[in-house]
Design a protein around this ligand. Structure first.
Ligand code: TZP
Ligand code: MG
Length: 253
């Protein structure tokens, strides 16, 4: 098996594949803030995600995904558009789950695709070179295939058992993270059952960040930001200036 590749391989891959995707999406970007919260409309409701995105930005989070499973397209576009507007100036990049069309209409920074969604190639045609495209993988074969797609980052999982995703694939465990790392030189995100106790183990296995749904869910923006901060601390990240928790807002939105 090959050893863990360094981040310099990312641009090499991009050149080989002729990609000119958004330059911010690198292993270094995720290393600086290795927690990738996913706001799920079924936990979160359809309330304005703006205050949460700004609180997450103040906590040191740099990327958030908006997941609108079950939302009709119109409602998903409205919710995601409110998120994109609300995140402006917060330092948080906003990606939309599953739907490249919703990402385009909402003006999001990109889309996160599952295996049953449009291909990364199709999403790239729709969204253009500046959009970031993430792709979920669950097996070694899917990682191999993803290498030929114009994806900027891959997710691998579920790493641990999760109650959040009804149709989750079998658990890949830390072995799945290591195997994905051996096959993919770009940003790698571990997902599934992530919590404070587990985050360091997935980073040690080769992931650049952990995507998290239930462990950041909460009733208020302050609670969600507090959980994100705790995950960042558990990951070994130093809080950035102005995000030391002293201004933690525990009010309900
Ligand atoms: N894909 C693989 S596992 C999962 C998704 C969307 C759910 C992750 O949710 P949680 O609550 O962080 O386990
Ligand atoms: Mg999906």
């Amino acid at each position: 098996m090959a050893s863990t590749p360094g981040s310099s391989g990312v641009s090499a891959d991009r050149h080989l594949l002729g990609r000119t995707a958004a330059s911010w999406c690198s292993r270094a970007f995720f290393a600086a803030s290795p927690v990738y919260p996913i706001l799920d409309a079924s936990f979160f409701g359809e309330r304005d995600p703006g205050p949460v995105l700004r609180a997450l930005g103040a906590a040191g989070i740099r990327i958030v995904q908006l997941r609108g499973k079950g939302l009709p397209a119109g409602a998903f576009v409205s919710w995601a558009s409110a998120g994109v507007r609300g995140a402006a100036g917060s330092g948080v990049r906003v990606l939309v789950n599953d739907r490249a069309d919703v990402a385009l209409l909402a003006g999001a920074d990109g889309v996160h695709l599952g295996q049953d969604d449009v291909s990364a190639r199709t999403a790239r045609r729709l969204l253009g070179d500046r959009a970031v495209i993430g792709l979920s993988t669950h097996t070694r074969a899917e990682v191999e295939l993803a290498r030929r797609e114009p994806a900027d980052y891959l997710a691998v999982g579920p790493v641990f058992d999760t109650a959040t995703k009804a149709d989750a694939a079998p658990v890949v465990s830390l072995t799945g993270v290591r195997e994905a790392r051996e096959r993919w030189r770009g940003p790698l995100i571990a997902i599934g059952g992530m919590n404070r106790a587990r985050i360091r183990s997935v980073l040690a296995a080769g992931a650049d960040a952990a995507a998290v749904i239930s462990a950041v869910s909460g009733a208020s923006s302050g609670e969600i930001a507090h959980r994100a901060r705790a995950l960042l601390a558990a990951a070994g990240s130093r809080p950035e200036a102005g995000s030391d928790g002293s201004s933690q807002d525990t009010r309900r939105d």
